[in-house]
Design a binder for this molecule. Sequence first.
Ligand SMILES: [Zn+2]
Length: 201
Amino acid sequence: MSRSSDGDRVVPAGSAPVRRRGARGGLLAGLLGVLALTAQAGGQGHAAAHVHGLVPLEIVVEPGVVTIGMEAPLDSLLGFERAPRSAAEKQAAQALLQALRSGQGLFAFDPAAGCLLQGASATSEALEPPAGAARTVEHADVDARFEFRCTTTQALRAVDVGGLLDRYSRIRQIEAGIVAPQGQFKRTLARGAARQLTWGR
Ligand SMILES: [Zn+2]
């Protein structure tokens, strides 16, 4: 029954938000995963599906500016979704926030566009609980935003996400909503299939 993936969805069935034992539970979890993805495909703004292994991106291309929003399950990047406990977890959590806040080396563009990272930010309540917060967060995300200034976005038709994939091996799939002068696009990129999200070609 197993077969190699050639661009199909590779989000593992066990990664849906609800986990139950047995075949029936697996089916239910699978259905919920599909429903979550369908809801996301409906374009409900920030209501990105929380599916482990998946990283949703919102890419907006305007004249001279590219912004990339990310609302990723912590599991997809870090492997746990709560405040770090061990020294190793604390180090991993800090490294993740640091990497996202630096924004360097995650995304790349055609050099002809002359894009430079202008700003990057990242927040995660699970990793950095507000003072006094006692509740445990389940299925927590990290929200990040990256802004690039470009000399020209006229001919821009792709974003290279290879850096993101290389750094975070838990990512199975990237789903991008893209708003560009050429129109609006939904793109899915499975690990190993390609390194570029393309549009308007
Ligand atoms: Zn989760």
